[in-house]
Design a binder for this molecule. Structure first.
Ligand code: 13P
Ligand code: 13P
Ligand code: MG
Ligand code: MG
Length: 367
């Protein structure tokens, strides 16, 4: 059937097993059953349920477009029902990311993370879905820059006529709710001024310049900004289209061979390296980390999710994982000192304001 397909990746931490380290199989089974009944009723085309660490990931294809209340409402309902399962097993932090009492039309701003794109499916549509745990929205800035704007990463920018004109980046300022677009390569340095500060400026999407066609989209919801306090990390997701007018699959994966340092890890308050892992290794346990990223590959066929392939289940990422462990040792040796612990301004959503308040009267003036 012709027409546009929407790919929605909607995720939430609705309870961890054990602690914040992983996901209980009954949660995934419950989500799968609920989505199967929606598929049977013709409300969605296809789905895949996955996890990264303690985050439940719903990958859904449908024809309703982005920000559709029925699809978002369905995801919210699934998260609520899975929270009931999590409560019955007394899993840790049951319902952690469900910050609103009831669904109100759009799941954005209610706690879960969302990445969606509506596309005209190509003759062959390779899709990569990245899912992270123990880190923040903004963790995709560096890899997305490398994929779509760095010729040392993406040979196609130099070699392929389809990529040679560069791409268009949509950047969100999540603190002032504003957005801006930059064209690369011509505005690359302006772009880097902002996305080099990923706690505030986030690459929301990347497009082909002409005709404008979406190539990547990420979740940019920041839990601490929604809740006004630390309630767990964002643990973001990102969808990337590959081949043809976009970077090749291998060019999309290549940035993860350099484990960049992201915020998150223990209590969301530490910097650590982002480790690319297979699904079987997406269970962060050392100091609740280090932060993980899983990459699932699919071929879309009339909206059917053919896959997944577990893309980091490949020995060519062993060196990145080894390097992560070396960096992790070195950062851990800093204990409560920066730059392992986040700087003071980033700690305002943790216990720090309470400590500052308690000690306020004890600070003495000095001449
Ligand atoms: P194939 O010749 O295997 O299709 O590969 C082309 C390509 O783009 C590899 O990145
Ligand atoms: P999550 O955001 O994955 O729940 O982790 C929270 C945490 O505090 C880990 O130490
Ligand atoms: Mg958790
Ligand atoms: Mg998590």
């Amino acid at each position: 059937m012709p027409g546009k397909i929407t790919l929605s990746v909607i995720k939430a931490d609705i309870g961890g097993y054990v602690g914040h380290s992983s996901m209980h199989v009954e949660i995934k089974e419950a989500a799968g059953k609920l989505l199967q009944s929606q598929k049977g009723a013709g409300k969605i085309i296809d789905f895949h349920v996955s996890h990264c660490g303690d985050d439940l990931e719903l990958i859904i294809t449908h024809r309703n477009g982005c920000e559709n209340p029925d699809i978002h409402g369905m995801a919210w309902d699934i998260f609520e029902r899975c929270t009931e399962v999590a409560k019955s097993l007394k899993l840790y932090g049951a319902g952690q990311d469900l910050l609103a009492d009831a669904f109100s039309g759009n799941i954005k701003g209610m706690g879960p993370g969302v990445a969606e794109m509506e596309i005209e499916e190509r003759t062959s549509e390779p899709i990569l879905i990245f899912m992270a745990d123990k880190t923040s929205a903004g963790a995709w800035n560096l890899p997305l820059f490398r994929m779509f704007a760095d010729p040392f990463n993406t040979a196609g920018l130099v070699i392929s006529p389809a990529l040679h004109d560069g791409f268009r980046f949509e950047v969100h300022d999540v603190k002032s709710s504003k957005r801006i677009f930059f064209n690369t390569p011509e505005e690359m340095y302006d772009l880097l001024v902002f996305i080099g500060a990923p706690g505030r400026y986030m690459v929301k999407a990347v497009y082909c310049k002409s005709p404008e066609e979406i190539g990547a989209v990420s979740s940019t919801e920041r839990l601490s900004l929604i809740a006004g306090k630390y309630v767990g990390k964002d643990d973001p997701v990102c969808i990337v289209r590959a081949q043809g007018d976009f970077p090749a699959v291998g060019e999309v994966l290549e940035p993860f061979t350099m484990p960049h340092i992201v915020e998150g890890w223990m209590r969301g308050s530490h910097y650590g390296p982002l480790m690319p892992v297979s699904l079987s290794e997406a269970n962060p346990s050392r100091f609740d980390g280090p932060p993980r990223v899983v990459g699932l590959g699919f071929q879309l066929a009339e909206g059917k999710l053919v896959g997944p392939r577990d893309m980091f289940d490949d020995p060519s990422f062993d060196r990145a994982r080894d390097l992560c462990n070396i960096i992790a040792d070195h950062l851990r040796n800093h204990g409560p000192f920066e730059p392992h612990r986040l700087p003071m301004e980033e700690m305002e959503y943790t216990t720090l304001p309470g400590v500052l308040e308690k000690l306020e009267g004890r600070w003495e003036g000095m001449k």
